[in-house]
Design a protein around this ligand. Structure first.
Ligand SMILES: Nc1ncnc2c1ncn2[C@@H]1O[C@H](COP(=O)(O)OP(=O)(O)OP(=O)(O)O)[C@@H](O)[C@H]1O
Ligand SMILES: [Mg+2]
Length: 251
């Protein structure tokens, strides 16, 4: 047990005084400011906050797309620097805000993900497509002929082919209309239930965090200002900045 009463094995990812500073015009700029947090296995987390608050920057530190300046990130209780980067990125997979697909078929997009991994066979491809709510027939379709919503699903399937433990999602619905967004939200909830995947999703929309019904982290100016059960947090925020964010005063 640790000081918060959690069994160590329940904690899949943990940050300790995590910080990142980037060069700015005449000095430097702190984009992530001493964040300590424990992510528990199999839960859904939403990282919420105004534009420029450091949400994307935080995700990118988890699989070393960016490097930390201070503090530490532990995955399965080991410092992430101890893993080979390719292994880490397979275990902690990131799907980007705008789904980027290679020219070619859906099937080839699902195979490109794994340079030194077995290419999924037809039955696994069908399984991954089904997991993201796409018809098996879509495997042979040209990726450029898909709708944005379908592209986002293929991008999710491509992340899943790597059989990650943690799925990082950076505003996966920002390019979608409200209907398609809801469908992706349902898909995320199903993936969490069916695969017991730990999901950490960035959104600037606290209502989306409420619908996903997990644990939220609120970032403002690179600081974790409040965290907890999304419903409790956003219906009764303790921090004045969270209250202002909910009212739409911080963007
Ligand atoms: N490599 C970098 N060099 C300079 N500044 C950076 C770099 N990476 C991030 N920043 C700055 O860090 C701050 C946080 O950026 P970040 O993209 O993490 O915010 P965000 O919360 O994801 O915003 P949005 O909601 O607009 O996507 C911004 O001011 C951004 O300009
Ligand atoms: Mg961002």
């Amino acid at each position: 047990m640790n000081k918060n009463g959690a069994k160590i094995s329940d904690i899949i990812l943990r940050t300790e005084n995590l910080g990142r500073t980037v060069p700015a015009e005449s000095s430097s700029r702190v984009v992530i400011d001493s964040i300590s947090f424990e992510f528990h296995r199999g839960k859904i987390y939403t990282v919420v906050g105004p534009s420029g608050s450091g949400k994307t920057s935080l995700l990118r530190l988890f699989n070393r797309l960016d490097e930390k300046s201070r503090g530490e990130v532990y995955y399965e209780n080991r410092r992430i620097a101890e893993y080979a980067v390719t292994d880490l990125r397979r275990k902690i997979a990131l799907a980007f805000q705008i789904p980027y697909l290679f020219p070619g078929t859906v099937a080839s997009n699902l195979s490109y993900c794994c340079p030194d991994q077995t290419v999924p066979d037809d039955s696994s491809l069908a399984r991954y497509l089904k997991l993201v709510g796409l018809e098996e027939e879509l495997a042979g379709r040209d990726s450029e002929k898909l709708s944005v919503g379908q592209k986002q699903r293929v991008a999710l399937a491509r992340a899943l082919v790597q059989e990650p433990d943690i799925l990082l999602l950076d505003e996966p619905t920002s390019a979608l209309d409200p209907g398609a967004s809801r469908t992706i939200e349902e898909l995320i909830t199903n993936l969490n239930n069916e695969l017991q995947l730990t999901i950490i999703m960035v959104t600037h929309n606290f209502r989306q965090a409420l619908r996903l019904n997990g644990v939220s982290l609120v970032l403002v100016d690179g600081k974790l200002i409040e965290s907890g059960d999304s419903k409790a947090l956003f219906t009764n925020p303790e921090n004045d900045l969270t209250r202002r964010f909910v009212k739409g005063e911080l963007r």
